[in-house]
Design a protein around this ligand. Structure first.
Ligand code: OAD
Length: 277
């Protein structure tokens, strides 16, 4: 390990250890080591597929069968993946409630962690449930600001429903329909040109404003509003720790950038001993 990387890790651990409120923003890179393809870069989904054909309301109106075929393929791919060491370390970090040092030397307070993810793969939730065991996984459950591959909602009335185990995409007639109004169901993910769920976004930004530290893992920071979360933390006096093997537009603003894969970096950055006080 280079001296620079060692210094970055030590600095990042200090910033996270000293934070009472932590907001975490994750992107496709945290799931890369689980075998889930990212969107941009080599092997990225948007290199082989056109988003405008598959991930817009217009594409669904034009050819719902094709859109469902793509999402059914992604569901089956992700179903075969499991959370990696990065998801697991983050889940444990969010579930632990150690006392963090109080502000300006004041009394210690309990650390709170809010996990915000752009991922629709459900791997944070699976890691949270695994890490919690018989305890409550809620503190480690993420705000899924781009929705979830594993829920559906009605394309007309908006009613939500759990995703069925399989979808027959052979014909439009076999696609799933809303139990309430009979219109076609669609995956409950946010498509290009669609608004994010206001309540979820508000909770994410409130956490970013209050955070002493924002940990940003595996995102190209190109898609807003998610990419604005660390900027909001910086504007409110917090620090930003980035974990990404590549340089991103956030790198020059980040307090520290750890150039490592999430599965290697997070267990070290978030490992209990360094962070307990
Ligand atoms: P991207 O595919 O744009 O970026 C993935 C990032 O992960 C890149 O910066 C990589 O360098 C980094 N990366 C790759 N492997 C990694 C690893 N093992 N550990 C850590 N980092 C790694 O994915 P997102 O930034 O998540 O939106 O993309 C944002 C949004 O764009 C997605 O949520 C999706 C997409 O269009 C919607 O579908 C609405």
């Amino acid at each position: 390990m280079s001296g620079d990387l060692q210094k970055e890790i030590a600095r990042a651990r200090d910033l996270l250890a000293g934070a009472r409120r932590v907001v975490v923003l994750t992107g496709a890179g945290i799931s890369a080591e689980s075998g889930v393809p990212t969107f941009r870069g080599g092997g990225g989904l948007w290199r082989s597929f056109r988003a405008e054909d598959l991930a817009t309301p217009q594409a669904f109106a034009r050819d719902p069968r094709l859109v469902w075929e793509w999402y059914a393929w992604r569901r089956s791919l992700v179903s075969r993946c499991v959370p990696n060491a990065g998801h697991a370390a983050l889940a444990r970090f969010a579930l632990e409630r150690p006392a963090a040092p109080g502000a300006s030397g004041g009394a210690p307070s309990i650390r709170t962690v809010t996990v915000v993810t752009q991922n629709v793969d459900g791997l944070h939730e699976r890691a949270a449930r695994e890490a919690a065991g018989a305890s409550d996984p809620a503190p480690a459950l993420p705000l899924e600001i781009h929705g979830s591959l594993f829920r559906d909602r009605c394309s007309r009335c908006g009613r939500g429903s759990p995703a069925p185990a399989t979808v027959d995409t052979s014909r439009v007639e076999t696609l799933p329909r809303c139990a309430s109004c009979g219109a076609l169901l669609r995956p409950a993910v946010i498509w290009f040109g669609e608004a994010l769920e206001a309540g979820v976004v508000a909770r994410a930004f409130s956490a970013a404003r209050a955070a002493d530290a924002c940990l940003v893992v595996g995102t190209s920071t190109l898609v807003h509003p998610a990419a604005s979360l660390p900027i909001v933390t910086l504007e409110h006096g917090g620090s930003v720790v980035e974990v990404n093997p590549e340089v991103t537009p956030l790198s020059e603003l980040a307090s520290v950038s750890v150039r490592q894969n999430a599965g290697d970096a997070l267990p070290v950055l978030l490992a209990g001993e360094g962070l307990r006080v």
